[in-house]
Design a binder for this molecule. Structure first.
Ligand code: ADP
Length: 540
């Protein structure tokens, strides 16, 4: 018998804090404030400020295990909370500022938040729910030069009164570090509690070349909000690698983002497809206005990235789009769509098809799919079933033991996504189970139809959803948003789809809309489309 002889070093976020302080004190963090001014600081500044915040929270009575919420845009102070709160043994709860106050009441109450750190610009939102959450004892306002209102505490004043050192405890790696709630789009929001260990392993994973490939040379712009699955782990990856961080604050319009990418020489950006569709349209219109010479790659995920967009960025602007799939429950990186040597001989179109899939499992993650009869389906690229995943940064339960039906008896998480998996392990999402269109018993993939419609030159965005139908139960309806100054006829759109799908996939109806309704994280809100237009086929 021999025993392992290696150190059993717990994987905790304190390591990131120390690493950033000792190795990367000169790495920069740039935040654009509400007034558009750029605020510059360094990882060296971060450490004493995180200590001050931990001291201040301790003075306010925050103890290990207590939940400290943030209601903030992406900025430096939010990173301070990302580190101080988990490293002192408390639990960071990032509230989604796009949710309805009633959802926030529920979520903050359910998590039992005791303190909220809030941007002054978001105080009107906080005011709508804070009184309904009795567990909240203190409100700390990031006032950005203004004054914190009576009854609240000023973030900077609190920090100014504290020491720049803190005895961060040596925590067990299974200690809770952060909580995110699933959005209410698929039912009641449920809490996912990340541990220090799951966060550290996920951080390592996003730095691998076949996932996001984050490295010390990068300048990172997470457009994805810090309340959306910890900005996909990008702030933590910056601290691990020493990469520069750039935050857009509340300014997420395409022009503002392009200005920031050019002026800060961003090399890597990440966000949901709707953001990039807007940016691509701007770049196409004014290709020479912004110097994006340093921008190598963008990670797009959260909903399906249309192949036409992936192709447009690389062909017309030399920017590589990497498509990734993930969920709140998967921290979020689950699969990423990188090419491998087996694809070397494919032509450009075939390569694009691989890069437009959701990709294959990130290291340490496993994927499988199961049919309606419960059988595990073959990896044949054809059989459609529900995607199930497991791995060290995949939720094994929800907070409070809710949603037990989402976890299988043999230890997998049921994603609610309908997929095919091909022989090389590449996953293709056809739909979410709740969005699937079932026409006369046959499944129609709304995602594929949307991708095809968005490859039409006049279409900016397209969402395909189930309309109720007297004969077929459900039939597809397409809602289309035109690019500025462009338009196409219904016949042109139909001709564009012809031959790409079985004829019964063709939408029964096309509707022009000003904008597709979006969820709190910028995804197409199909429940709203069904509510507004779902009966249109019944009246005809
Ligand atoms: P919600 O969408 O409910 O706000 P999440 O952000 O956790 O919550 O979303 C996870 C879901 O987003 C996945 O189950 C999947 O349906 C969808 N999704 C994420 N990435 C992709 C992708 N690359 N392609 C298609 N769908 C995606």
């Amino acid at each position: 018998m021999v025993e392992g002889t290696m150190m059993d070093v717990p994987l905790t976020l304190k390591y990131l804090l120390e690493r950033a302080r000792t190795l990367f004190p000169r790495s920069e963090i740039v935040s654009r404030a509400a007034d558009k001014a750029l605020h510059r600081s360094t990882f060296g500044d971060l450490y004493p400020r995180a200590c001050k915040l931990a001291n201040a929270l301790t003075r306010l009575g925050v103890k290990p295990g207590d939940r400290v919420a943030t209601l903030c845009w992406n900025h430096t102070r939010h990173v301070e909370a990302y580190l101080a709160v988990p490293c002192m043994g408390a639990v960071l709860h990032t509230l989604n500022l796009r949710l309805h106050p009633s959802d926030l009441t529920y979520i903050a109450g359910h998590a039992g938040d005791s303190v909220v750190i809030v941007d002054s610009s978001l105080l009107p939102l906080l005011d709508k729910f804070v009184k309904d959450v009795p567990s909240i004892r203190h409100v700390i306002v990031v006032a950005d030069g203004g004054a914190a209102p009576a009854g609240t505490l000023d973030y900077e004043a609190l920090l100014a009164a504290e020491e720049g050192s803190f005895p961060f405890p040596d925590l067990a790696e299974g200690t809770p570090a952060a909580i995110c709630y699933t959005s209410g789009t698929t039912g009641h929001p449920k809490g996912v509690v990340y541990t220090h260990r799951s966060t550290m392993l996920h951080t390592l994973a996003v730095c691998m070349a076949d996932t996001m490939g984050i490295r010390g040379q990068d300048t990172l712009l997470p457009v994805v909000p810090m309340f959306h699955v910890n900005a996909w782990g990008i702030p933590f990856a910056a601290l691990l690698t020493g990469a520069k961080l750039v935050f857009a604050g509340p300014h997420l319009d395409p022009e503002g983002l392009l200005d920031l990418m050019a002026s800060e020489r961003v090399t890597f950006a990440a966000g949901v497809p709707t953001i990039w569709l807007g940016i691509l349209a701007h770049l196409d219109r004014e290709p020479r206005r912004w110097d994006l010479g340093r921008l190598e790659r963008m990670v797009v995920g959260g909903s399906a990235a249309p192949p036409s967009m992936i192709d447009g960025f690389s062909r017309r602007h030399g920017i590589t789009v990497m498509h990734a799939w993930g969920m709140t429950e998967t921290s979020p990186i689950g699969t990423t769509a990188k090419l491998r040597p087996i694809h070397d001989d494919l032509d450009d179109e075939q390569k694009l098809a691989v890069r437009s899939s959701q990709g294959y499992a990130a290291p340490l993650v496993e994927t499988r799919s199961r049919g309606e009869d419960g059988r595990v389906l073959p990896w044949d690229g054809k059989s459609m079933g529900e995607l199930e995943v497991r791995g060290p940064w995949v939720a094994g339960a929800y907070l409070g033991g809710e949603g037990k039906d989402r976890f299988t008896d043999d230890g997998w998480f049921r994603t609610g996504d309908v997929v095919t998996i091909d022989a090389d392990g590449y996953v293709r999402i056809c739909d979410r189970t709740k969005d699937v269109i079932k026409s006369g018993g046959e499944w129609i993939s709304s995602v594929e139809l949307e991708n095809a419609l968005m490859s039409h030159a006049a279409v900016l965005e397209a969402a395909v959803f189930a309309g109720r139908h007297p004969k077929w139960d459900e039939r597809p309806i397409a809602a289309v948003v035109w690019k500025p100054g462009a338009k196409a006829t219904e016949a042109e759109l139909r001709a564009h789809l012809k031959g790409k799908f079985a004829s019964f996939w063709e939408p029964d109806l096309f509707i022009e809309v000003e904008a597709i309704p979006k969820t709190s994280t910028g995804k197409f809100l199909k429940t709203k489309l069904r509510e507004l237009y779902g009966d249109r086929l019944l009246d005809r």
